[in-house]
Each structure stands twice: as C-alpha cells, then as structure tokens.
Design a protein around this ligand. Structure first.
Ligand code: ZN
Length: 278
C-alpha cells in the first residue's frame, strides 16, 4: 500500500513555511502588461503595482520562477522526467490521462489519487497542473522599503501587417536595495520536496536564477535575508522520503540559512523519486 500523504488534501500531517526578506541587488522589473508603444512619443512601461500603488511580486510570478528553475534542476541534476507545465505540456496531458483523471475524480477518488501519484512529476505535484491546485502556495511579495527608477530603452514593437518599428520607451523598475517580503507555505511536504524548494531558493540567492524581466540587461538578481523555517507535524512523509532531524525554528540570513538547511537539500539529492512512471 503506497503512502499518498504528500498528495492528499483531506488530511494535514505537516505544515511547513519558509519566510524571509528579499533584497534586490539589481534592478527588478515585473511588468504590468499595460505598456503602449507609440513611435511618435516616448511611451511609459509601468511596473505591476498593488491596490496601494506599491510595487508587488505576485505569488504567481514566484510559482513560475520556482517551476522553471526546478525543471532545469530536475532534468539536469537528477535526470528524472519533468514537464514544463507550459501550454499543453503537462504530465497527465502528455500521457492522454487527463480525461480519465477528470472522470475518476467524480467516480472513483482512489483511482484519481493513484493516477495523480504515478503519472505526474514533482513539479505537477508541488505547483499544480491543469485542474489540480499545487501543494505549495506563494504569497505576494510586498515592499518593506523601495524606490522606483526609470530607464529609457529602445523597444521593438510589431503590429500585425506592419513592419517592425523601433520606439523609445521609459521602462519603470524597482531600484536595487529595495526589500520585499517572501513566504511560501506547503502541506504534507516530504523532506526531499522541502530540500528541492530550498535548492531552488539557493539558486535564486546565488544569482543562478534571475527574477522578472530584462534579464539580459542584468536585471533581476536578488538575495534572501532573515529567513525562517517553520515546520509543524510529522517529520517524514511517504515511503520514499529520507529522514531529516527536526529543524523547526531555524533562522538566519541567506548563506548561513542555506548552510544550516543542507540536510534537506541532501535528502533531495539522495531521494529515489518513484514517479512519474512511463
Ligand atoms: Zn509534470
């Protein structure tokens, strides 16, 4: 009998949270998608702001960054199958199991759980897939201190039926030194999945992964400060999980924190992840 606790939502045996502060070490650009390019005048390309008019890094942006960074880590380091989660490239979709899965949710929940366990990758389980919400939740990052900068750049716009045109655009960004909140929460996470999330965070912290737009211009480098790990409940989830000592309450700035949390990252490196099956 397989232990499905990791993907079960009807019981909570463990609640884990990693929270801290994000410090920008380069300009950060999360666009609002409301830019207009007008060749006759200098357009403004605003950043995304919340209802208070402050810059925000939405939880959905974090989810996308974690998923794509994780995809790179899984496929290169661990050599296990992982889907991109983009468009139709989802595990259940690729295996033509999506309709059967949907039917079994209504008719036979046990079958649904078995299909989801066997035929989805770690990213689908953690970050969600098609109709299934992910196990990990990212809160919106709101500013603690910030300032806004503007840089004039050349934008190339392409309107249908017309040749590409170049226009100057004033790009807004959040200045280096600005600080934001950060928090992720997960239920029933195995130690190796916690280690996987920490490995992704460490990749962001060490500059291997950039956040937001204009990466080629050197935007999007951030560091983690004042991190805190909260971990309530059982300390091992699932048959394939690897034991890690209780580390609830561990705190520290980026480098020290990731050093302290190494046992989880080792659990990730050593775990034999039994899914997805072919
Ligand atoms: Zn997948």
């Amino acid at each position: 009998m397989v232990d499905y606790t990791f993907i079960r939502r009807d019981l909570i045996k463990r609640q884990t949270s990693i929270e801290g502060t994000i410090v920008l070490t380069a300009p950060l650009r999360i666009g609002s998608g409301k830019s207009s390019f007008d060749p006759a005048s200098i357009a403004r390309d605003p950043i995304l702001r919340n209802a208070n008019g402050e810059p925000v890094i939405p939880g959905s942006s974090w989810k996308g960054i974690f998923r794509s960074t994780g995809e790179r880590i899984l496929s290169s380091n661990k050599n296990i199958e992982v889907c991109s989660g983009v468009g139709r490239d989802h595990c259940l979709n690729k295996r033509r199991l999506y309709d059967r899965f949907q039917q079994s949710i209504v008719n036979d929940v046990n079958e649904a759980i078995e299909i989801f366990w066997k035929y989805t990758c770690l990213n689908c389980k953690l970050f969600g897939t098609m109709s299934v919400v992910g196990i990990v939740r990212f809160l919106d990052s709101i500013p603690i201190t910030y300032s806004i900068g503007i840089r004039t750049m050349v934008a190339i716009s392409r309107t249908e039926g017309a040749a590409a045109s170049k226009a100057l655009v004033q790009v807004e960004y959040v200045e280096p030194g600005s600080k934001f909140t950060f928090r992720l929460i997960g239920n029933n996470l195995p130690n190796y999945a916690i280690g996987y999330l920490l490995t992704i965070m460490n990749s962001i912290h060490s500059g291997m992964t950039q956040v937001g737009g204009h990466k080629s211009r050197g935007f999007g480098f951030v560091k983690f400060e004042r991190l805190k790990f909260t971990d309530i409940g059982v300390k091992k989830v699932g048959d394939e999980d690897i034991e890690v000592k209780d580390m609830n309450g561990t705190e520290g700035d980026g480098d020290k924190f990731f050093e302290a949390m190494k046992p989880f990252m080792e659990a990730f490196n050593n775990a034999k992840i039994p899914y997805p099956e072919k």
